[in-house]
Design a binder for this molecule. Structure first.
Ligand SMILES: Nc1ncnc2c1ncn2[C@@H]1O[C@H](COP(=O)(O)OP(=O)(O)OP(=O)(O)O)[C@@H](O)[C@H]1O
Length: 384
């Protein structure tokens, strides 16, 4: 088998072709990740390429094999391609993990570093069932659809529903102590549900939740992200405080329904940002009426004005203008999309809920990330 030093011109061409093959999970060329074990081409043009997989049960083995075969067979002069798979040693995996971390020390949360260009939005609600997870997933899918690099951390440890709603049913792969998140509809996602057997309930308490969140943020290989969305559990619990500690520059998106009772609870959830010095980006009102199936007129199932009430109250409390970013109507297609793992912003973008969610995503996408967005942890500041 030829090594780098004695590579023939055609073997060099094969290596050049392999430099364009991306690992499906890490999204970097396999040559950069030390995954090419050997390349040999015989006189008849038969290529033999050996590839190191990160783990033996790698769920991406077929995809990697196909990508390698396609890339190499396109090289002029190659008549056939044989791909052999091998598995990295613990040492190689450590080396890879360190390459991915860019030589950084372990346990660093990249989004918390000064100068991080990733916008982090923590999606919060006062109470459960107001559609916080549905909103998170749809905003993520709409932002990814615009070409942004987006990920979701399902920090709703008790009601983790994000992977199903996104259609990301795969399990994460582990490379040493780095976790590769599955992705679906262009969105990377990690959830506690991926680490618990079956549908087992999670009965963790505060400190364990904090550690789980820290791990999700530090040990998962996210790559470069434009936007990270965190789906928080409802209410003003430990996780909201953990988020503020772990990523001080995370900004809050508050989801509520038009119902006044829900609005009061949402307002309480919002005022926690005052204590943690986080920016509230705005309020999203969900379940804002439903078109009557007979006459098409809007029926205000949950009353009206809850979103505006919360926004006004938080504007008064913070002294900064907190806008209502959008009103999303009740829409069967949104619920169906969640059940089927196909967010409505993609499956039915022009539906009333789909277009309302896309409009909110557009507002988020057009926000500029500047130094003003970075928390100094001094005073509450709110701007949109
Ligand atoms: N605008 C909407 N139209 C129709 N159904 C909706 C809408 N928003 C949410 N739903 C449905 O309401 C239910 C609750 O939504 P979701 O799980 O997103 O709420 P949540 O606030 O994240 O709840 P929790 O925090 O308790 O997990 C889901 O079945 C979802 O499909």
């Amino acid at each position: 088998m030829a090594t780098d030093t004695e590579a023939t011109p055609i073997e060099e061409s094969v290596r050049a072709a392999l430099a364009k093959v991306q690992d499906p999970e890490i999204n970097r060329p396999i040559t950069e990740l030390g995954m090419v074990k050997s390349v040999a081409v015989d006189a008849a043009g038969a290529a033999h390429v050996a590839v190191w997989l990160t783990v033996s049960g790698c769920p991406m083995r077929e995809t990697i094999t196909n990508r390698v075969r396609d890339a190499v067979s396109a090289v002029p002069g190659i008549s056939s391609v044989e791909v052999e798979l091998d598995v990295m040693s613990a040492e190689q995996r450590q080396e890879l993990a360190s390459t991915l971390r860019g030589g950084q020390a372990e346990k660093e949360i990249p989004f918390a570093k000064p100068g991080s260009l990733t916008r982090v939005y923590a999606v919060a609600s006062g109470k459960g069932g107001v559609g916080k997870s549905s909103v998170t997933v749809n905003l993520a899918a709409a932002l990814a659809d615009q070409g942004l690099k987006v990920a979701v951390v399902d920090a709703d440890i008790y009601g983790h529903s994000v992977p199903r709603m996104l259609g990301a049913e795969g399990r994460p792969t582990q490379v040493e102590n780095m976790i590769m998140p599955p992705s679906a509809n262009g969105v990377k996602v990690i959830s506690i549900g991926m680490f618990t057997p079956g549908n087992a309930p999670v009965v963790w308490r505060g400190p364990m939740l904090h550690r789980a969140l820290q791990q999700f943020l530090a040990d998962v290989y996210w790559g470069d992200l434009d936007i990270l969305l965190l789906d928080l559990p409802p209410g003003t619990g430990d996780i909201a405080i953990s988020v503020a500690q772990l990523i001080p520059n995370a900004e809050i998106l508050l989801v509520t329904t038009p119902q006044q009772a829900a609005a009061e609870v949402a307002e309480r959830a919002g005022t926690i940002a005052l204590q943690t010095h986080q920016t509230i980006v705005g309020v999203i009102e969900n379940m804002s009426g439903m078109p009557c199936p007979h006459c098409g007129e809007m029926v205000d199932v949950f009353g009206t004005g809850g979103g505006q009430t919360v926004a006004d109250a938080l504007t008064r409390a913070t002294g900064a203008k907190i806008p209502v970013l959008g009103n999303i109507p009740i829409d069967v297609r949104l619920r169906q999309g969640g059940d089927e793992g196909k967010p409505v912003v993609l499956s039915d973008p022009d539906s009333p809920a789909g277009s309302a969610l896309r409009a909110i995503a557009n507002k988020l996408a057009s926000r500029q990330r500047g130094l003003s967005g970075l928390s100094l942890g001094l005073t509450p500041k709110n701007k949109f």
